[in-house]
Design a protein around this ligand. Structure first.
Ligand SMILES: N[C@@H](CCC(=O)N[C@@H](CS)C(=O)NCC(=O)O)C(=O)O
Length: 216
């Protein structure tokens, strides 16, 4: 790939529905805006802890608002999501270790990380299927294009200290940019970096980049 010198880093966690929206929009825009998209799987709980923030879902009013907000956003962006009933019971550490392990194997410029992340979001936010059991992660890996043997290797790798440290280091990288929530987007152009929180900052991002924004 010929670099345009413009890079977007997307820090995300598959437990964050707003991260899914940002992910899909950036995947659509990366070619239109001629930018390199670097997917940065991080851990939302680690971001909350490291920044001293609180998950917005802990406030009942915010949770109520998020439910209607996400319904409308899902239609607007064409991303099929609705909130699972037992949201509080899901910890994303195991699936995010899995995504991090895939990133270590991805020789395809992030293509496999993209596919695995999307499958996990679909399971959590669309079809409401398990995302922590090895059998579920195997299904995700195979759907993304890995062979059964490759997924077995990834499942072993995902439990290693190396991968746990890698997820922590990407989460810390986000915290170094003063991240306090996800999705967190860092846009780098000619040595200048600007940070954006949320999936509702594309107009501002386009302004920063000197680009136009249209629904695609
Ligand atoms: N307005 C943002 C909301 C994003 C959001 O609420 N993200 C959650 C995780 S799903 C978060 O990290 N919130 C931290 C905060 O609101 O301080 C958007 O539309 O994307």
């Amino acid at each position: 790939m010929i670099s345009s010198g413009k890079v977007i880093k997307l820090f995300y966690d598959i437990s964050s529905p707003y991260s899914w929206l940002a992910f899909e929009v950036l995947c659509r825009y990366k070619n239109v805006w001629n930018m390199e998209l670097k997917l940065k799987p991080a851990h939302l709980a680690g971001v909350m802890y490291g920044s001293g923030n609180q998950h917005p879902g802990l406030n009942p009013r915010t949770l109520l608002y998020m439910t209607s907000d996400l319904t409308l956003l899902s239609q607007y962006f064409g991303v099929p999501m609705h909130r699972p009933e037992n949201l509080s019971k899901t910890d994303s550490l195991i699936p995010m270790h899995f995504v991090t392990a895939v990133a270590g194997k991805d020789k395809d410029g992030g293509d496999l990380v993209e596919k695995v992340s999307r499958e996990l979001w679909k399971r959590m936010w669309s079809t409401h299927q398990d995302i922590v059991q090895p059998a579920s992660l195997t299904e995700v890996g195979i759907k993304a294009g890995f062979s059964a043997t490759e997924v077995e290797d990834i499942l072993i790798l995902a439990k290693s200290q190396q991968i746990k440290d890698k997820l922590t280091s990407i989460t810390n990288e986000a915290l170094e940019y003063k991240c306090f929530g996800l999705p967190f987007i860092v846009v780098q152009v000619d040595g200048k970096a600007e940070v954006f929180f949320g999936s509702d900052k594309f107009e501002l991002m386009a302004y920063f980049l000197g680009k136009t924004l249209k629904i695609i």
